[in-house]
Design a protein around this ligand. Structure first.
Ligand code: ADP
Ligand code: MG
Length: 265
């Protein structure tokens, strides 16, 4: 249970779309919520995390835009979800304009970090805050990286995956040097792994030989139940708990907590 300490803030980022950022953020958050308090911020104007948690488009405002751009207080914005202990800040439709609106601001890359600082008391009620980033390295993702303690990079095991990952790791290094010394690569999660596909296995083994223990042992298999779940507004853990995809996210959460304990002094 929350102990009054600040939560650990993790950005789910990769400039490639469709690699499993949102799916991993939702399902890892859901699995962790069985005994931790988690807040998920949908920072992607496409609002897939909001859809995946069953929030209709016309009920998403005020949400992450109100926090990031308007500086509204978090307690009035965070919503309970159908999963106890999992709260959500949906992506309000206005978020699509945020990149442009933030450009002219002072400290435009620190708006989210400043909003978190102003809401420290409310955040202390959570163990983890997950930031589901859009598929770009624009100003919203930059705000997430400046506000985060660590980054989880979902990596789809396909041909160009490793080429793409150097963009995000270099961006993490730059943000760490220039803007947020706390930031680190927390881990890489291999997603949509298909054991019958040699290329998928090859990419997975290349990722492990290069990124070593940064790569989670748990891999997420390609599983049709994972694809179906969002259209029912449910995490796959609630849609079909016994499916291979849901069970992989349960194991990922156990590994995540084990790594989290090992990280602490
Ligand atoms: P991102 O947030 O990186 O754009 P998503 O999490 O939205 O990626 O995933 C992209 C698509 O792939 C979605 O349609 C999602 O349902 C599907 N998907 C994600 N993970 C899996 C999986 N393990 N098996 C099958 N489909 C998946
Ligand atoms: Mg997404």
């Amino acid at each position: 249970m929350p102990d009054g300490k600040p939560p650990r803030i993790l950005a789910f980022a990769n400039q490639k779309g469709g690699v499993g950022k949102t799916t991993t953020a939702i399902n890892l958050a859901t699995a962790l919520a069985s005994d931790r308090k988690v807040l998920l911020l949908d920072l992607d104007p496409q609002g897939n995390a909001s859809t995946g948690l069953g929030i209709p488009r016309n009920e998403r405002s005020p949400g992450s835009y109100a926090l990031l751009v308007e500086g509204q207080p978090l307690p009035a914005l965070a919503r309970a979800t159908q999963i106890p202990n999992l709260h959500l800040l949906p992506a309000d439709p206005d978020l699509a304009g945020a990149e442009i609106e933030l450009v002219g601001r002072d400290q435009r890359e620190r708006c989210l970090a400043n909003a978190f600082a102003a809401n420290a008391a409310a955040l202390a009620g959570f163990d983890f805050v997950f930031l589901d980033c859009p598929p770009s390295l624009g100003l919203i993702t930059l705000n997430a990286l400046v506000a985060a303690d660590g980054v989880i990079v979902p990596l789809q095991t396909e041909f160009f995956a490793l080429e793409g990952i150097s963009h995000i790791t270099r961006t993490i290094d730059r943000v760490k040097r220039a803007l947020n010394p706390r930031l680190g690569l927390d881990g890489i999660v291999l997603t949509m792994v298909d054991r019958r596909n040699n290329l998928s296995e090859l990419v997975a083994s290349d990722a492990r030989s290069f990124f070593k223990d940064k790569v989670y042992d748990t891999v997420i298999p390609r599983n049709v139940r994972v694809t179906e779940a969002p259209s029912h507004g449910l995490p796959v853990l609630l849609y079909d708990f016994r499916s291979p995809g849901a069970q992989a996210y349960v194991r990922l959460a156990a590994e995540f907590l084990k790594r989290d304990r090992a990280r602490k002094p």
